[in-house]
Design a binder for this molecule. Structure first.
Ligand code: ZN
Length: 256
């Protein structure tokens, strides 16, 4: 369980932990975090360093206004630029270029917190010919408990409004078939963890990194051997595992 610092804004604390060198998830200005706040979100400003985040590194974005932009078929880079500039006039800074994908995730799911990062080992697989190994099966039970049985894998798409639109289409199809994913992997790019609490998304990022390392290790000693599909389904639906997940979420809620 991740114990968060109660003295800090939970979003700032999450950002610093996600950007801590030991996580190997974000360098320099990489990655971004956000929380849902009613009909808006607070998201990392463009260029801010996660590991050194302060309250001033986040900007408020109205979800409906951003969704109208994403859904406007005539909107392109110039319209996004104007939208972000208007936010900067009020908030003092522009949102991260990836903010539009956060907007899509909040619109399509019940996520309360999102962490986007580029974990080194996860990216080793996402930048390989074997990216499906992250989503085609499960290696061990805790992977399923923390990351769910069905993460989503998105092909490489130019970050920004195109990625937001195309990821929305893929996310909707995935939710209709498998339910809301806890993790979205982006080929040649990184991952999004979505959850109810900062601790959950931080834990999911760490577990994804651990899975990626296990996959790389297994490939080096003869190849990945996934758990049998019926065992994966059993873990995913076991009452005691649901209880464990609920406990985990409650404990993280208390810690904030
Ligand atoms: Zn990214």
């Amino acid at each position: 369980m991740v114990i968060l610092d109660p003295a800090l804004d939970p979003l700032v604390d999450l950002s610093r932990r996600l950007g801590a060198p030991a996580m190997e998830a974000a360098l320099l200005g990489e990655g971004n975090t956000s929380v849902r706040e009613g009909g808006a979100m607070r998201v990392k400003a463009s260029g801010a360093v996660l590991g050194e985040a302060t309250d001033a590194d986040f900007v408020r974005v109205e979800l409906d206004a951003a969704l109208a932009l994403i859904s406007d078929p005539d909107a392109g880079d110039a319209e996004v630029d104007a939208f972000f500039s208007a936010i900067a006039e009020v908030e003092g800074r522009r949102p991260s270029v990836e903010a539009l994908l956060h907007v899509v995730i909040y619109a399509e799911t019940d996520a309360a917190v999102i962490a986007h990062s580029h974990p080194t080992s996860v990216n080793a697989i996402l930048c390989s010919r074997s990216a499906e190994l992250l989503v085609d099966g499960a290696l061990f039970p805790d992977q399923i408990v923390v990351l769910g049985a069905r993460p989503l894998l998105v092909p490489y798409i130019d970050p920004g409004i195109r990625l937001a639109r195309e990821a929305r289409t893929l996310l909707r199809a995935h939710i209709a078939e498998h339910g809301i994913p806890r993790v979205i992997y982006l080929r040649n790019h990184g991952m999004f963890a979505l959850g109810a609490t900062p601790g959950q998304v931080l834990g999911a990022t760490a577990m994804a990194q651990k899975c990626a390392k296990a996959i790389i290790g297994a490939q080096a000693v003869g190849g990945v051997e996934f758990m049998p599909a019926e065992e994966v389904a059993r873990i995913d639906s076991r009452p005691d595992e649901k209880y464990r997940r609920a406990l985990l979420a409650a404990a993280e809620g208390d810690a904030r």
